[in-house]
Design a protein around this ligand. Sequence first.
Ligand code: DC
Length: 227
Amino acid sequence: MSKTEKLKLTIAIDGPAASGKSTTARQVAQILNYLYIDTGAMYRALTLEVLNRRIPEKNEDEVVKVAKEVNIQLVPGVKGPRTILDGVDVSEEIRLPEVTHIISTISAYKEVREIMKLKQRELAKNGGVVMDGRDIGTVVLPQADVKIFMDACVDDRADRRVKELKEKSIPVDRENIKEDIIQRDLIDSTRDVAPLKPAKDAIIVDTSNLTIADQVQKVIDIVNDLL
Ligand code: DC
């Protein structure tokens, strides 16, 4: 067992949409033999259920009710982590543009965030985790051992998201994707509760000209520097 594995650190990776944080966080977790927790997938699963139940996203009370009722699990799978919503694997569906389009409205609700925060803290309580999201270093795990904020210019992020969706055979329009990213960043960073922003003690990593391998190495270097 490696030193990092024994230490069971808590690593928080935040950043805007398509900054490469999820792929980086997943690979870092693999290398360190840690649990990877994609909090965006949790918000996405909730959003999918809201859509499935045909609840308008502006109906806060009903959305909160769904958040209290649903059972969202993140489980390891052969092709990477899977998102299970009330027993059904929705890992692909949660990436659909319909979900992405309204998710920032749903994830801005205070009570929704409170429910998610408790679930996320529970998942991280034993350490040995890499958790990625928007408010992990600031709100969910303010005591995290390592806090990283990944950022990149919007065009780079749009290109990345287009590539990712194409690989999953999801039809894409680059301009729509870019507009969605801009809108989501705006809502995510200006909401009253847990807005997207770097924690005061976060290390900022600009991923604009970095490959995923570079990003992963940067995080591993930051972790090793800490030891
Ligand atoms: O990481 P992602 O793009 O899959 O996240 C989708 C949305 O979920 C994002 O636009 C805002 C919301 N989110 C959030 O508010 N807080 C988190 N910790 C993670 C995601």
